[in-house]
Design a protein around this ligand. Structure first.
Ligand code: ADP
Ligand code: MG
Length: 566
């Protein structure tokens, strides 16, 4: 079938009932590319139809240098997705009912991520998107459909997927930037660093709902001399900036001086960012995890005994379960679960922490005896986390100087400029003793990987065997169960949530057994995705899946309220 066959067929369908569109499913030769209609929507108001275009490299013409290395191919595919996204935002969709005339593709964030929406290989460029097949009422608008598929789509393809139509220098910048960021990240370990923030980086964002860089008034990042390191990357060459050493780092400073902004940039540093983001040379070790308090979450069989001892009414903390965690128990569980899932560094902000989890000072120790207080505060475990398990912590803490005793590095934010105040903090700690009694013993405590009961995850709903939905980045639905992800802060795109929903079902079906510990389940799923791509998670090629870390997959599973262990 050719473009002309499709055109004629759409003319014939004009005026028929919407269901007749189903006959379009198939593959069409458009000369320069192939159009695949993979899924046809059932009515004009339903989720739009899913299509793919495949442009052979002989036509698309992207030079090898842009895609030969996997990291560069991902950056190039990201670039093409953005171009297509921008083009769809510019066009008007015309008239018609429901989703008539819409052309859509996943919306990229500031991060450069691997997405099922686009792929570039030596053979071809493939792009997946959706179209709203046009209707008036519930009757097929065949002429508009022909215009959309046979005129608009080819124009979009020519302007966004042909090398010659695009800005070659911008593409080069983007793939070089991705490779540089990956190289900077890979140098962290050899320099004993958790994170690196380049001089000149722009960390603040426009607003809480706009992740683009703050345009004016942003103070560029400038490392204190004592923490400045020089890393080298293949394209930008030598890059200087602040290295955050392994161990325990405190970020202190007055309110509104940029502490949380710095920590958020470090959180985001597990991903590569597009040129112009301001954080494209801010990199963090790949398994760094933001942890916070999250009262109200459910917890299933987590051993929180390193932090929390005997609870009222003799409730066990070695296999702790609750449908309604407190601030402190939720933060303890978040940390233990992150470690179970493979976290190598913890990122903690006082703004989102439970005070009684973070600190118990001398006076409170005197008033409330240890046998009445089940919580061993983080201050008494943060050092052992590093010495016993090699897990570093970066902690924003403007409110308690007690942490000076356990910190290796203290960075003060002053008018958005970092200062190294480690020496002063140590001198102050020596001059003013906290006189706290250390709590919780000499070692971190037990870590017990859990086994999830596969039967406690049920994606079915009524007659449908699998029901999944991703609502923005902070919620997903598996069967009848909603999972709240608003405290899983390193998810940046809805497509990640969608992919995680698919991955949970995949894990339950193929990788969970009554004897496999959760970390092994997660590792097996991630290995499959690595080897076979995101497509292995779904029955047919979807365009809306975005790569994610095993850490966030585990976090989503852990928040499922039906979850049972043992
Ligand atoms: P803190 O955590 O120290 O209270 P925040 O990190 O929340 O402070 O920052 C306070 C405000 O200052 C925010 O609106 C943030 O966007 C802005 N900000 C942070 N860093 C910079 C910077 N380098 N230049 C300009 N504004 C900044
Ligand atoms: Mg803050």
């Amino acid at each position: 079938m050719t473009q002309n066959d499709l055109y004629d067929q759409l003319q014939r369908l004009d005026g028929q009932g919407y269901g007749a569109y189903k006959s379009l499913k198939g593959e069409y030769d458009f000369g320069d590319f192939t159009l695949h209609i993979d899924h046809v929507q059932g009515d004009p108001f339903a989720a739009p139809s899913r299509v793919r275009v495949v442009v052979p490299q002989s036509v698309a013409g992207f030079p090898k240098g842009l895609w030969e290395v996997p990291c560069r191919a991902i950056a190039l595919a990201d670039y093409l997705t953005r171009e297509f996204y921008r083009a769809t935002q510019r066009r008007e969709r015309g008239s018609g009912s429901g989703k008539s005339g819409l052309v859509g593709i996943v919306r990229p964030s500031q991060a450069m991520l691997k997405r099922s929406a686009a792929g570039v290989t030596g053979d071809a460029v493939e792009l997946r998107f959706t179209v709203g097949l046009p209707a008036f009422g519930r009757r097929i608008a065949g002429r508009q459909g022909a215009e959309l598929l046979c005129r608009t789509v080819p124009k979009l393809v020519e302007s966004t997927l042909f090398y010659g139509a695009l800005d070659g220098e911008a593409m080069q910048r983007q793939v070089d930037g991705a490779e540089d960021a990956a190289e900077l990240r890979s140098q962290l370990a050899t320099h004993n660093l958790v994170a690196f923030v380049a001089d000149g980086a722009i960390l603040p964002r426009r607003s809480g709902v706009d992740q683009r860089p703050l345009a004016e008034q942003a103070v560029p990042f400038k490392s204190p001399d004592s923490l400045r390191v020089t890393l080298t990357c293949p394209h930008a060459g030598a890059v200087t900036g602040m290295g955050i050493p392994q161990g325990i780092t405190l970020i202190v400073g007055g309110g509104y001086h940029g502490k949380s902004t710095l920590l958020r940039a470090i959180e985001a540093g597990v991903y590569n960012h597009i040129p112009g983001d301001g954080r494209h040379q801010v990199v963090t070790e790949p398994a760094a995890v933001k942890v916070r308090a999250e009262d109200g979450r459910s917890i299933a069989g987590v051993d929180i005994s390193p932090f929390i001892g005997s609870l009222p009414q003799g409730k066990s903390t070695q296999t702790f379960s609750t449908p309604n965690a407190s601030g402190s128990t939720s933060q303890a569980a978040n940390i233990i679960e992150a470690i179970e899932a493979g976290a190598t560094a913890l990122l903690v902000d006082e703004d989102t922490s439970a005070t009684n989890f973070m600190i118990r000072d001398r006076r409170m120790q005197a008033l409330i005896a240890k046998d009445r207080e089940p919580i061993t505060p983080f201050i008494d475990k943060v050092r052992q986390l590093y010495t016993d398990h090699g897990i570093s912590t970066v902690l924003v803490m403007g409110g308690s100087g007690d942490y000076f005793d356990v910190a290796d590095t203290v960075i003060a934010m002053d008018e958005f400029c970092p200062q190294d105040v480690t020496e002063q903090a140590k001198a102050i700690a020596a001059a003013y003793k906290t006189e706290r009694d250390p709590e919780g013993g000499p070692s971190f405590g037990r870590l017990t990987p859990r086994i999830i009961q596969p039967g406690s995850i049920d994606p079915s709903q009524g007659k449908r065997s699998v029901k999944l939905r991703a609502r923005d980045v902070d919620q997903l639905q598996i069967g009848t169960e909603a999972i709240d992800l608003s405290a899983v802060e390193q998810l940046v795109e809805q497509g990640q949530v969608r992919a995680i929903a698919e991955a949970i079902v995949y894990a339950q079906r193929y990788r969970m057994t009554a004897t496999t510990p959760l970390p092994e389940v997660i590792a097996a799923v991630m290995a499959d995705v690595e080897q076979y791509g995101l497509d292995c998670l779904t029955d047919w090629p979807m365009g809306d899946l975005v790569s994610f870390r095993g850490l966030e997959l585990a976090a989503a599973i852990n928040r499922l309220r039906t979850l049972r262990t043992g």
